[in-house]
Design a binder for this molecule. Structure first.
Ligand code: ATP
Ligand code: MG
Length: 215
């Protein structure tokens, strides 16, 4: 597969985040992701991996420092970051009253993109969900919901995939599907960030940002 993602750089420079005034979850964190890279965020429970993930997605703002995203030579504002990033995490909520297929259709319209049925059908197949696509999400198992999050995260073919606890709730077949997805993302010139406690996952990364628990 030839690279198709334009040149980009996602970076955080000297980032600090505190939720309580004067108490930093972390400080002085630097992170940088370019085309074709897989990087990791590691650290023990409570070290701030999910917090850093939320900062990189533009869901939270840093208390100090800046998150920057350059795409095709242009600097992208935080409010548009979601167009370039696909995120998967166990704490992300789905609209469970919809079927998987309806959710994909809804997400396409919320994102303002065309509902590419063939691409979505193929993605569902890659995550072994095609037979259940017309079932309500509330009837899915936790692993099936997690698999659907992957299908949703790649729907807009994002430049960057950010995966928090990539193998949470999924079985070994699902983990294989995730690994193949990461390979495809890298092959098309995209980038991947994984936040993980699993040595098996962080060892695949070319660089790792290690966070230390501050308490
Ligand atoms: N919304 C919030 N308000 C206050 N404190 C928060 C909030 N979110 C996270 N924290 C605190 O920030 C710290 C880091 O939490 P975070 O969830 O980022 O850790 P983590 O590295 O992802 O941990 P885990 O491995 O358990 O997923 C913790 O001390 C947590 O209590
Ligand atoms: Mg976390």
């Amino acid at each position: 597969m030839s690279a198709s993602v334009p040149k980009f750089k996602l970076s955080g420079n000297d980032i600090s985040k505190s939720f309580t005034f004067g108490v930093n979850v972390f400080s002085g964190v630097n992170i940088e992701l370019h085309n074709g890279e897989l990087i990791g965020i590691v650290g023990e429970n409570g070290a701030g991996k999910s917090t850093l993930v939320r900062l990189l997605c533009g869901v939270l703002t840093p208390s100090k420092g800046e998150i920057q995203f350059e795409f095709s030579g242009k600097s992208i504002d935080r409010e548009y970051l979601h167009q370039y990033i696909g995120m998967v995490s166990p704490y992300l909520n789905l609209y469970e009253e919809f079927t998987a297929w309806e959710h994909l259709s809804l997400s396409a319209s919320l994102r303002g993109i065309e509902f590419e049925e063939e691409f979505c059908a193929r993605s569902l197949e890659q995550f072994s969900l095609e037979k259940r696509k017309h079932d309500h999400i509330r009837t899915f198992s936790s692993g099936m919901k997690q698999r659907l999050k992957y299908v949703l995260a790649i729907q807009h073919k994002p430049a960057v995939l950010i995966l928090d606890e990539p193998s949470a709730n999924i079985d070994s077949v699902g983990v294989e599907a995730v690994l193949r997805l990461i390979e495809r993302q890298i092959a098309r010139g995209g980038g991947v960030i994984i936040a993980t406690n699993e040595e098996r996952e962080s060892s695949m990364c070319s660089r790792v940002v290690s966070l230390k628990k501050s308490w």
